[in-house]
Design a protein around this ligand. Structure first.
Ligand code: MV4
Length: 449
């Protein structure tokens, strides 16, 4: 087991990882920018190192500074959290070259899944159902037309270096195709330095359902069920739940086992998420994320398994603490992302938290890095915390969520808490009847009222 882990992140996820380290008796090193001098992750860590000025590029993304912090403190492993360097294959390579452990998958697996064409090809070879589309890169109008006519319009053009919604273009017919292709290629080139794009059948009203997997790197792997993350705004998840209101346990087992088996075949190590669009009872692979995700706590709530413990265990060669038959799904969990933003315009709202009182009680978890008197800096993303509520079933979970939101006090800044009160009052949400476009439509309707 490691004796000292450096946490290359900030905010709630840095605290989340720190807590797991403490439980495992591992020393912790926090790194921080000059803007995060007073952050909670710095206060709670055994040691801390300032790694640069406020802009992420010069601090949390600065590989040399993080390496230096490892050397100064004698850390033997690095947990990257999510975002920042968590899916940076070069970072994983460099750590390894310096005798340090990257707590995550191999650089090779990160690279493979980072390129969306390779990811899709790999998934298909491993027996995962994928969205119908081109076999690889599409460069010419003729190729695009051929594929589009085979799979049928509408189609969507995506950047292989994209992901998370960046660089996508929809074409409804042959006339729109060549402009969509040219625009997608040039936008991909400008945004990612890679013009390569591919084509897929466009699914009109899918849900976003993702499967949590965990592998030991030696051919053992498990799935931990799904999360329904369909409620998004501008490709930012807002509300996530497990189980998905649209799946039964047979469907869960089937897709889960397909993913777990794929991870066994590729000898995947660490936590991963296999993302699907789900429409008319069918799953279609779109991407795989090779990191711990923001919404991992809903999976922890229904399985009782600490995913960060497992990440640390497998990274140190200790293997998984569970096999598939040990994993049971109990009750229902919902996560609300609390952002420091205006709940109507979503304009960021940095500043000082004058009063802070998080909710508590049975089935309530708050993962947050803020405290009363804390000044939210303007340089980073606006997630200030997550409210995760668990109940024996979805109805109890929603009752508990409403009560928790009513208890939650965050004064001095705007937060997205009022949005969740609105969502809880909506019959579609109560019925679990929503797709990936539902939230944008709901918000558009509300702003026109
Ligand atoms: C799609 C799609 C429809 N058809 N692919 C957006 C983010 C990226 N991960 C994939 N995305 C989509 N891919 C096909 N073939 C619609 C989306 C999409 C979306 C997906 C998940 C959650 C929210 C979304 C919002 C708009 C579009």
């Amino acid at each position: 087991m490691f004796s000292k882990i450096l946490i290359a992140n900030r905010g709630e996820i840095a605290l989340r990882v720190l807590r797991a380290c403490k439980e495992l008796g591992i020393q912790t090193v926090a790194v921080h920018s000059t803007a995060d001098q007073d952050a909670m992750h710095v206060r709670l860590a055994d040691e801390s190192v300032c790694i640069g000025p406020p802009p992420s590029r010069e601090s949390y993304l600065n590989i040399h500074q993080i390496l230096a912090a490892c050397e100064i403190t004698g850390a033997d492993a690095v947990h990257p959290g999510y975002g920042f360097l968590s899916e940076n294959a070069k970072f994983a390579d460099i750590l390894e070259a310096h005798g340090l452990t990257f707590i995550g998958p191999t650089a090779e697996h990160i690279r493979m899944m980072g390129d969306k064409i390779t990811a899709k090809k790999t998934a298909e070879e491993l027996g995962i159902p994928v969205v119908p589309g081109s076999e690889g890169e599409i460069t010419t109008d003729e190729e695009a037309k051929k594929v589009a006519n085979e799979i049928g319009f509408p189609v969507i053009i995506k950047a292989t270096a994209g992901g998370g919604g960046r660089g996508m273009k929809v074409a409804n017919n042959e006339d729109e195709l060549s402009i969509a292709l040219a625009t997608a290629r040039s936008e991909a080139g400008a945004a990612f330095g890679n013009e390569a794009v591919y084509i897929e059948k466009y699914l009109a009203k899918p849900r976003h359902i993702e499967i949590q997997v965990m592998g030991d790197g030696e051919g053992n792997a498990v799935h931990l069920g799904e999360r329904d993350c369909s409620l998004q705004r501008r490709h930012q998840k807002v509300w996530e739940e497990a189980n998905s209101p649209s799946l039964n346990s047979a469907q869960r087992q089937e897709i889960g086992e397909i993913c777990a088996e794929a991870m066994r075949k590729m000898k995947y190590r660490g936590a991963g998420t296999v993302e699907f669009l789900y429409e008319n009872g069918e799953f279609y692979f779109i991407e795989m994320n090779t990191r711990l995700q923001v919404e991992h706590p809903v999976t922890e709530a229904i399985t009782g398994i600490d995913l960060v413990h497992e990440q640390i265990r497998v990274a140190s060669g200790g293997g998984l603490s569970v096999t598939q038959k040990d994993i049971r799904f109990s009750g229902h969990a919902i996560e609300c992302r609390i952002n420091a933003e205006d709940p109507r315009s979503f304009v960021p709202s940095p500043g000082t938290i004058t009063h802070y009182h998080p909710p508590g009680g049975l089935g309530v978890r708050v993962d947050s890095g803020v405290y009363q008197g804390y000044k939210i800096p303007p340089y980073y993303d606006s997630l200030i915390g997550k409210l995760i509520v668990h109940g024996r079933n979805r109805v109890e979970c929603m009752m508990r969520l409403r009560r928790s939101l009513d208890e939650f006090v965050v004064d001095g800044i705007n937060t997205t808490i009022p949005l969740f009160r609105d969502l809880l009052a909506n019959p579609d949400i109560a019925n679990g009847d929503y797709d990936i476009h539902w939230l944008e439509k709901f918000l558009a309707q509300k702003s026109s009222e």
